[in-house]
Write a protein that binds this ligand. Structure first.
Ligand code: SF4
Ligand code: SF4
Length: 376
């Protein structure tokens, strides 16, 4: 019972911090919302579709990573997610998380979960981790991927019991994976354990999108049906729906500005799939660089599969044209779309925070609510 109360308290405090930081993200486009920071390129697995790891690199020194975290804080970053390779191979992972939190940012971890134990989970709790995500590829390990439910189920049980941070289990669909029904089993198991779940579409070895086959699309719809309406909208947006069908999406990518990928050498890249551009050292990256990349049109947008960058772009649409952003996430009748088609919670938030849809003028309530959050 005590554990449950402590967990609930931590979650409530996290939601308040997140709301304040997202309000800041909505207030100004001149800082990164999400950064993926690589503490080591090495991985203890070797998934066949992956182009983001090696088996021999040494971890980046902790002092160097502290400096990078501080530089990201100076740029006004909202969230840092530690990725890799496998970030849990870094010998001072918990200190990196503490450093991120001490600078007022949200700390996340993308891991294959192999190294999780009760002790490591408690260490992550103490360090102040906010979010953890594990991607699971199949039920039984095969020669494409060993990130399987059979291997990781005991880790999921440990997370359900001991983690005080938010845990998301991402299952994947893609033509490389031979058993699409596995994704549904992984999502069902996550729900059974009280963990949230998403489904991602994986790219091929060249980072390119391939449309899903009929069986994979059916599984995608079944996983979608498992989720609550609000969560479903957040994770099954127009980008994802187009990806499933192999269709292009027109959007403005703000990678290099609202999203940064910092490699083990401390260079800023657009994302894991566009490494090398702009390739500027983080130490030299300034607000002018953020502004330039915010405006730059990228020629890889139409078939992009990098969903975390899609989400940051949606936040910018929300700032620039809130009703257009809502339409994109909760599409209905294109011609006669109104807020009546929104889920009740979102309709309430819209009423509270957004200007009137017709007059575009803010109500007294929305003025007050935005001021309380520091958005206006
Ligand atoms: S566990 Fe992750 S980083 Fe490692 S090889 Fe697989 S996909 Fe790549
Ligand atoms: S469009 Fe996609 S692949 Fe291209 S830079 Fe943006 S996030 Fe990366």
């Amino acid at each position: 019972m005590q554990k449950k109360i402590a967990r609930t308290k931590k979650r409530a405090a996290r939601r308040i911090r997140e709301t304040q930081l997202f309000a800041k993200a909505l207030r100004s486009p001149r800082h990164p919302i999400l950064v993926h920071l690589v503490p080591t390129r090495r991985c203890n697995l070797s998934c066949r579709y992956c182009n983001e790891f090696d088996s021999s690199s040494l971890p980046v020194s902790t002092g160097t990573l502290f400096t990078r975290i501080d530089q990201l804080a100076e740029l006004g970053t909202t969230m840092i997610h530690l990725s890799g390779g496998e970030p849990m191979l870094h010998p001072h992972l918990e200190s990196l998380i503490e450093r991120i939190r001490s600078k007022g940012m949200i700390a996340g971890l993308l891991t294959n979960g192999i190294l999780l134990s009760q002790k490591r989970i408690e260490g992550l709790n103490s360090a102040g981790l906010d979010h953890l995500q594990i991607s699971i590829d199949n039920v039984e390990p095969d020669d494409v991927s060993k990130k399987s439910l059979k291997v990781l189920d005991k880790k999921l049980r440990l997370l359900a019991e001991y983690a005080e941070f938010d845990v998301n289990i991402n299952s994947v669909l893609g033509n490389y994976l031979e058993q699409p029904a596995d994704a549904l089993k992984i999502a069902e198991r996550s729900h059974e354990l009280g963990l949230s779940s998403t489904v991602g579409i994986i790219h091929d070895e060249q980072g390119q999108l391939r449309p899903l086959g009929a069986e994979q699309r059916k599984v995608y719809e079944q996983i979608k049906a498992l989720q609550k309406p609000l969560f479903r909208a957040a994770s099954h947006n127009r980008f994802q729906e187009n990806m499933v069908r192999g269709l292009p999406t027109d959007w403005n990518c703000h990678a290099g500005s609202r999203y940064l990928y910092i490699c083990e050498d401390g260079l800023v890249h657009y994302c894991s799939q566009q490494r090398g551009t702009p390739g500027i050292p983080l130490a030299d990256y300034k607000v002018d660089d953020l502004d330039r990349e915010y405006r730059r049109e990228k020629d890889c947008t139409r078939y992009c599969t990098v969903s975390c960058v899609h989400r940051t772009a949606w936040l910018d649409t929300l700032r620039e044209d809130p009703y257009e952003a809502l339409k994109q996430f909760f599409p209905g009748d294109e011609e006669n779309w109104t807020t009546a088609s929104l889920p009740p919670v979102v309709r309430g938030l819209t009423w509270l925070f957004l200007p009137d849809q017709r007059t575009r003028k803010p109500s007294l309530f929305s003025k007050l609510a935005l001021r309380l959050l520091g958005v206006r």
